[in-house]
Write a protein that binds this ligand. Structure first.
Ligand SMILES: [Zn+2]
Length: 100
């Protein structure tokens, strides 16, 4: 399956997509993602079986749209988010500046 960028509509293999996640915000439960193709930056929430897209509102993140990714799993850690799909796994670290 392929996961799209909603800005430029490029589509990515899961490995390429999740490697482009680069900052886990544990407080908001969001990962930052920068499109390898167009450079658009988006925040998204990794959910069981889906990616959630939406908007921050009153200090929370409201998921408005979900993109189904069957088999997607996530595990919240102190300083990173572990993501797995089928037999692949990725780790999105929390940038330390967020702790200061
Ligand atoms: Zn893009």
């Amino acid at each position: 399956m392929l996961i799209p960028c909603f800005a430029c509509e490029s589509r990515f293999q899961p490995d390429e997509y999740f490697l482009a996640c680069h900052d886990y915000n544990r407080g908001m439960d969001l990962v930052a993602w920068t499109c390898p193709s167009c450079g658009n930056r988006d925040d998204l929430r990794v959910l069981p079986g889906a990616l959630g897209f939406g908007y921050p509102r009153r200090g929370r993140f409201d998921v408005q749209d979900r993109f189904q990714v069957p088999g997607l799993r996530r595990q919240r850690q102190d300083l990173r988010l572990d993501i797995s799909l089928n037999h692949e796994a990725w780790c999105v670290p929390t940038r330390l500046r967020q702790l200061v």
